[in-house]
Design a binder for this molecule. Sequence first.
Ligand SMILES: C[S@@+](CC[C@H](N)C(=O)[O-])C[C@H]1O[C@@H](n2cnc3c(N)ncnc32)[C@H](O)[C@@H]1O
Length: 281
Amino acid sequence: MSFSPEWLRLREAADHRSRSLVLARRLKTYFSDHNAVTVYDLGSGLGSNLRGTYRWLPRRQHWVLVDYDASLLAAARDEIERWADKVSPTQGIIDAEKDGRSLKIEFRCRDLVADPAPWEGERPNLVTAAALFDLVSAGWITRFTRAVATSGAAFYTVLTHDERAVWVPRHWADADVKAAFESHFGGDKGFGASAGGDATRLIAEMLEKDGYKVERGQSPWTLGAQDRALIASIADGWAAAVRETGRVSEADLTEWLASRRGAGTECVIGHEDLLALPPRL
Ligand SMILES: C[S@@+](CC[C@H](N)C(=O)[O-])C[C@H]1O[C@@H](n2cnc3c(N)ncnc32)[C@H](O)[C@@H]1O
């Protein structure tokens, strides 16, 4: 499954402002006695998660951005070079400064299906991911959480789809469109049948069994007049997914989409964040 850079750029500001602040502050507190951390960001796309998370972490950060899309990794490098206050790119690595923090950033092209734990011999302090866990299957979550627990890393994931969605004003086709969209969401996104809205609960249960202290927090997109382009893009994505299911007639879907793309549409689209802290030895 591929993700366009335009879509990832369009959602970045909403993603950052929607995160659970409670969990972000807990993350900051947890690492407050560290001077430096090594962080693996899985399914890193254009590096949005790094830009949304770095300010909660200690002054020296070593990030490894992992994605299977080499073109997104290359674009991430450009985005980070534009975003940082100062950069000194060396071969394959960026040394960057941002708001008084120093960040060493590596890029790794890996398929997470084959390797859910791409840290190899390294011991990351934190494994993180944004908008990834609604793609994965229950089986993959089992392999992944086992690998995280073995590494002893903390785990922080944000913006996992959670099936809550409210569109305003109401449209008579909302319920049918939403049901069809959710059935499509449970499809295979390359990791086996997607755990969909169950992903966060499954991660929590599995890491709790390994002694992790898990907290969950809501991070819904709350979108209004200033987010017209994002709302239109979400509506387009929903319509495309619903069309593939064949559960809503083309005429009804066309009418629903025209209404959702129109001025005055607002929506709340549910997401969840999760922070899992390892048992202190
Ligand atoms: C919804 S995007 C999120 C990107 C980024 N984390 C963000 O928040 O903007 C999902 C990302 O996961 C990556 N991805 C999907 N399947 C993957 C796989 N099997 N291995 C590695 N990366 C994968 C995609 O290329 C994409 O960059």
